[in-house]
Ligand binder design. Structure first.
Ligand code: SF4
Length: 328
């Protein structure tokens, strides 16, 4: 894949050696993200979403390691960088927002100091200028009475306000890309919508690319431009979000959409939710052929023996034998 994309993930494969065998939680995953584009990465628990994000920013927990493929940022290979080089990339060129804001914030340091220190580290500016930048960052993410909150500590903010601070922290180094892993899962629904809209507005204004990792098709519908559906560590479908939500082709994507309460009225608004039967296979008990075949209502004999490869179908790219015969 050769594009002018901001982020290119090409056949990324992660392996975890264990005494019972080698686990492959991410298997030849490819997608790209352009500047100003919000790409959702969605799937059930165990699909490989978070570990793909961790691999991209070089934060895999050993013994997990990248076993194949590549990650490039603005055409520069980052998947073979050492920890020192990656530390320079993280924060400065790739910002992160995680589910629990307390994992990103130091409970013993004021919010203002955390923002200022990050700005000084990434932008090569002095303390006074960094403090001004910190204040502006809090204003940008909608913290009320921002000046008086600069010296407050994380525990003095509500969950939603803390997540806004984490977004400010992720954006203060003016990164080209944000990786947000379930950034609103811990928040209640009304706050969740506000935080997602904030993230979307700020990234569009700054032309920042976003990889938004979520299990929630509703979040995908509200926030993203394109969606990458992962199943058992592999790409099942990639497409324009509206297209995927209204006319998903892959049976797994159809199942995710069908199990979602009315994703912003893009799909049929008759609320009849269908759960996908069964569960994601374990990494040590991956079925032969298509990994989704034991749960698929459309399963054919070929699905049980042959892994489907990605191919272009209408406006999506999918890995499924269904309809593939019409292409040959
Ligand atoms: Fe279902 Fe076969 Fe397509 Fe897999 S390849 S999703 S089992 S139809």
């Amino acid at each position: 894949m050769t594009t002018n994309a901001l982020l290119e993930v090409n056949n990324l494969t992660v392996e975890i050696p264990t005494r019972r065998g080698t686990l492959i939680p991410v298997n030849e995953v490819s997608f790209n993200i352009d500047r100003g584009e919000i790409v959702g990465v969605v799937g059930e628990s165990g699909a490989g979403k978070s570990i793909t994000g961790s691999a991209i920013i070089g934060l895999l927990d050993p013994p997990a390691r990248i076993a194949g493929g590549s990650v490039t940022l603005q055409g520069k290979l980052i998947s073979d960088m050492n920890e020192n080089q990656l530390r320079d990339i993280r924060g400065k060129r790739i910002g992160t927002v995680f589910q629990d804001p307390l994992t990103s914030l130091d409970p013993l340091m004021s919010i203002g100091n955390q923002l200022s220190e990050t700005a000084m580290a990434h932008l090569n500016i002095g303390r006074d200028q960094a403090r001004e930048k910190a204040l502006q960052a809090l204003i940008d993410v909608g913290i009320p009475a921002a000046e008086s909150r600069l010296d407050a500590y994380p525990h003095e903010f509500s969950g939603g306000m803390r997540q806004r601070v984490v977004i400010a922290l992720a954006l203060i180094g003016d990164p080209e890309l944000i990786i947000a892993d379930e950034p609103t899962t811990a928040l209640d629904v009304s706050v969740q919508a506000q935080v997602l809209m904030l993230l979307k507005r700020l990234c569009k204004e700054r032309n920042t690319g976003v990889m938004l990792i979520t299990h929630d098709m509703g979040v995908i519908a509200e926030t993203t431009d394109r969606v990458v559906v992962l199943y058992a560590g592999r790409v099942a479908e990639i497409g324009d979000t509206r297209q995927v939500l209204t006319a998903a082709i892959h049976p797994y994507t159809q199942g995710l959409v069908g199990a979602t309460p009315n994703p912003t009225n893009l799909a049929n608004s008759q609320e009849r939710l269908n759960q996908i039967p069964g569960t994601m296979p374990g990494l040590l008990s991956m079925p032969a052929g298509c990994p989704f075949h034991p749960r698929c209502s459309e399963v054919m004999e070929v699905c049980k023996t042959t892994l489907p490869t990605l191919s272009q179908r209408e406006n999506s790219t999918i890995a499924c034998h269904l309809g593939a015969e019409a292409k040959t």
